[in-house]
Design a protein around this ligand. Structure first.
Ligand code: FES
Length: 73
C-alpha cells in the first residue's frame, strides 16, 4: 500500500525505515522521504510509528501506557 503519494513511498518502505532505527517523523523523512512533501501522509506515518512503539512495549514485557494508567486508577 502506498503511504506517501508525493514520493511514492510504500508502507513496507516506511516499516523498514522504522525497523532500521527511525523513531520520529523527522527520522522517517530522512530515511525514505515519506512526509517531506505536502504532509498529507503525516497521520499515517504517526500511526505506523505508534504501532511500532506499541509492539516494542509488548515485546519487552513492560506494560503499555494505557495498562499503567489503568493500574493506577
Ligand atoms: S503524501 Fe506524503 S508528503 Fe505528500
Amino acid at each position: 500500500m502506498l503511504i506517501c503519494e508525493c514520493y511514492g513511498v510504500s508502507e513496507h518502505q516506511v516499516r523498514r525505515a522504522i525497523q532500521n532505527g527511525a523513531q520520529s517523523l523527522q527520522q522517517v523523512r530522512k530515511a525514505c522521504r515519506a512526509g517531506s512533501g505536502c504532509g498529507g501522509c503525516t497521520l499515517k506515518l504517526k500511526a505506523l510509528l505508534r504501532e511500532s512503539r506499541d509492539e516494542d512495549t509488548q515485546a519487552s514485557g513492560l506494560p503499555s501506557l494505557q495498562e499503567s494508567a489503568t493500574a493506577l486508577s
